[in-house]
Design a binder for this molecule. Sequence first.
Ligand code: ZN
Ligand code: ZN
Length: 230
Amino acid sequence: MSSKLIKIDARWRSVFSGASTREKFFEAIDNHDSIKLSNVLTEVYGQLNEVITLPDHRGILVFVDGVGIYFESDMGLTYGYHGAGPRQFNTFLLECGFHNHDAMKFKVGRLYRKDGSEEIGKIIGRRIRWKDYTSILFIYKEDYFRKYSQGEDVNCFACTKKVSVMLKTGGKFLVFNADRHSNDWLALRCQDCGFVTCWRCSYVETDTETKLKCPSCNSLDGPYLFPSNS
Ligand SMILES: [Zn+2]
Ligand SMILES: [Zn+2]
């Protein structure tokens, strides 16, 4: 069985939407207080169900409603070696009810469940494919902060097709109600999580309308032209 992950709160909108929650969140991080961090996050997202591990000792925490948030060492949580980060992560996990896992022994591309079970995945680009061939998409932090230039060729993170970057200052309009194939050359970038996608991978049609939906964080109207670099 694969992850229940349905939406990544990539910008931490839920945590940051309340001033007191935001304060508690930063306080927990500043004080390396994993117990408090666990309390803040479960207050916002509900109980922690799964941990998904990504390259470079970072990963995704998946909460009860299928909302995932990215974590890494600057949050005090990391894994896969002996040290302060994994020790803190273990404290965090225990507080969240994970009694059967040791973050020091976590490996990349796995899904760890609260009951102690785990799933092995294979990382291909920005996708983790599970054994039942379902998969999830994710982004790296450097994807989020990278600058792109006008006309640059990029590969869609979801399907690897080569597409072209157009910045918001590029001087053309993007016609969002165009048909499925009209903008096949165009690369889009999710305004919420930074995921880079082609038109076709983000185009969704309902009975009444057409929308662009991020294939990684599922944000509707997330995919758009790239922000200008100025
Ligand atoms: Zn694509
Ligand atoms: Zn997104």
